[in-house]
Design a protein around this ligand. Structure first.
Ligand code: GLC
Length: 558
């Protein structure tokens, strides 16, 4: 373990979905000044890095993941000055800030695409992926490739009769990275925001950037539905549309671009899908690719000690130093954590203890710290374009798929942040109409109420985040799973070790009390998710159901 790990390997990240976080002007839509007003809350919570989902100029057909101008701010979110002020205010509080970057595609309203589709001869034509169709009149798509949502990803354009490719929705045409001008322009977009002082970028559907130049059909597969850990599906193996070797080499180009910015160092985190071994390839054979990738397998982690231990082992094997794993429990596309735990607060506290003590960068989704739940909204009422596409599906099927991890109405995990128990929960002015309805439980589950309750989930997160910042073992130490304490298999234990600092984490996934006996002198119970206070530890302790503890010891003499 090197003496000093770069900050981004030790940090904790909090994701803000700006549309739903805080509305400063009463138009019902969260905005950048609203985020600025809440920075003291975030600093008090103790998260170190903020990641904001896109707020660039956009027609908002996919709520910002359809960018129309990479250099501008959508008026409903504020102005460029607000974006600059946000960066400054975050830095003033000693935190870092990460912006979202959609490199793979643009909005179909982007002037580049408008120009590209205007004529075959236009010099922007080749900025996107255009092909002639098959069949006598080109009436059949160029090949069998499917989008990530399962439909044919080729869309025919009336004017020229050619087809353009979109990995996601039809209004999000993919850029053509085989055109060097496109690649250079997008690298310049990246540099632009780093020059503005942004500390990192989150890269949207990064695994789709390069498509195979042969345009050969994807092979048949029996697999029906893709998942975050296995993106093949809809009866094909997407060998020509995702995880292309050229995407992996582009990851290295980006790394060089970003590493040219120092003091402070910056980082990239990629949204990629697959098992940990596939994901690791994005970080580069020499750790010279993306700094971090999301490990979405953690999103589906079941509340069971054996499975958790197996997953930690798998992640440790796939992401040994100098690589750093990530622990992601929620985001703006997925089922919320508390939902997956059937609303069980103590279980959520145990998962939080795991997430904030394990080796890797934790990503906390806004509201997770107060246990915000889904707001189940029928598909027919969904604003999310994915819900709109699936609105004819029966609701029971949507619910079933949501439970299996495939959320079809992403509005459900994007309901506004719950700040207090009053009208509109402090998200928006009382007389405003929030863009999505507040969760009915906001009167009970909100920041105000949890700040007043020392036993709340919020206090548990605060305690863990504070401990992690102070404890070198927790923020920078190596991880060793501990199997020799005579504990039941459903109790997970690991040691975090950094020079001069050792912490033992024990997580009781059972609903029973479990005795913990350690042969130690001079230990200290640094944290328990039952009660965040520090007490001396004399070797014997009774773990309550779902209790997680962190115990520290003086380092053994070298
Ligand atoms: C990513 C984003 C998602 C968006 C999609 C298309 O998966 O997280 O919200 O809709 O990419 O950009």
């Amino acid at each position: 373990m090197p003496e000093e790990l770069p900050w981004w390997k030790r940090t904790t990240v909090y994701q803000i979905y700006p549309r739903s976080f805080a509305d400063s002007n009463g138009d019902g839509i969260g905005d950048l000044p609203g985020v600025i007003e809440r920075l003291d809350y975030l600093a008090g919570l103790g998260v170190e890095t903020l990641w904001l989902s896109p707020f660039y100029d956009s027609p908002q057909a996919d709520f910002g993941y359809d960018i129309r101008d990479h250099f501008g701010v959508a008026p409903e979110y504020g102005t460029l000055d607000d974006a600059r002020r946000l960066i400054d205010e975050v830095h003033k509080r000693g935190m870092k800030i990460v912006f979202d970057m959609v490199l793979n595609h643009t909005s179909d309203q982007h002037p580049w695409f408008v120009a590209s589709r205007s004529a075959r001869e236009h010099d922007k034509r080749d900025w996107y992926i255009w092909r002639d169709g098959r069949g006598k009149h080109g009436e059949r798509p160029p090949n069998n490739w499917r989008s990530m949502l399962g439909n044919n990803g080729w869309h025919r354009d009336g004017e020229s009769g050619q087809w353009y490719w979109a990995s996601f929705l039809s209004f999000q045409p993919d850029l053509n990275y085989r055109n060097p001008e496109v690649k250079e322009t997008m690298l310049e977009v990246v540099r632009h925001w780093l020059r503005q002082g942004v500390d990192g970028l989150r890269l949207d559907i990064f695994n789709a950037i390069f498509k195979d130049a042969s345009f050969a059909d994807n092979p048949f597969s029996l697999r029906l539905l893709p998942s975050a850990e296995n993106p093949h599906g809809f009866f094909q193996r997407n060998v020509h549309t995702i995880d292309h070797p050229d995407t992996l080499s582009f990851a290295r180009d980006l790394r060089r671009t970003v590493d040219a910015f120092q003091d402070p160092a910056r980082f990239l985190v990629g949204e990629v899908f697959g098992d940990p071994t596939t994901l690791r390839r994005y970080c580069g054979a020499e750790a010279d690719g993306l700094h971090l990738v999301f490990l979405f397998k953690t999103l589906r982690m079941r509340f069971a000690g054996r499975g958790v231990r197996a997953l930690i082992r798998e992640i440790e094997q796939a992401f040994p130093e100098p690589l750093t794993p990530t622990y992601v429990f929620g985001n703006h596309d997925r089922t919320r954590l508390l939902q997956r735990l059937d609303g069980h607060q103590q279980k959520a506290k145990l998962f939080a203890t795991l997430q904030l003590t394990v080796r890797g960068v934790p990503f906390i989704y806004y509201g997770e710290e107060i246990g915000m739940e889904h707001y189940e909204i029928p598909l027919v009422h969904g604003l999310d374009p994915v819900a709109v596409r699936h609105r004819k599906l029966p609701q029971w099927l949507a619910r079933y798929l949501g439970r299996a991890g495939m959320l079809l109405n992403r509005d459900e995990c994007r309901s506004p942040m719950q700040w207090h128990g009053g009208t509109n929960a402090g998200f928006s002015a009382e007389n405003a109409r929030p863009w999505l309805a507040l969760h009915p439980r906001s009167a009970l589950t909100n920041v105000d109420a949890q700040e007043r309750d020392p036993a709340s989930l919020l206090h548990c997160y605060q305690g863990l985040l504070a401990l992690r910042r102070q404890s070198r073992a927790l923020n920078a130490g190596a991880l060793e799973l501990v199997d020799d304490l005579g504990l039941p298999r459903a109790v997970v234990a690991y040691r975090r070790v950094a020079q001069g600092d050792v912490a033992l984490v024990v997580l009781n996934f059972t609903s029973r009390e479990v005795p913990l006996c350690l042969e130690v002198q001079d230990g200290a119970l640094l944290f328990s998710n039952r009660d965040a206070s520090t007490t001396p530890f004399f070797g014997r302790y009774s773990l309550a159901p779902y209790e997680g503890v962190v115990v520290s010891f003086p380092a053994p003499e070298a």
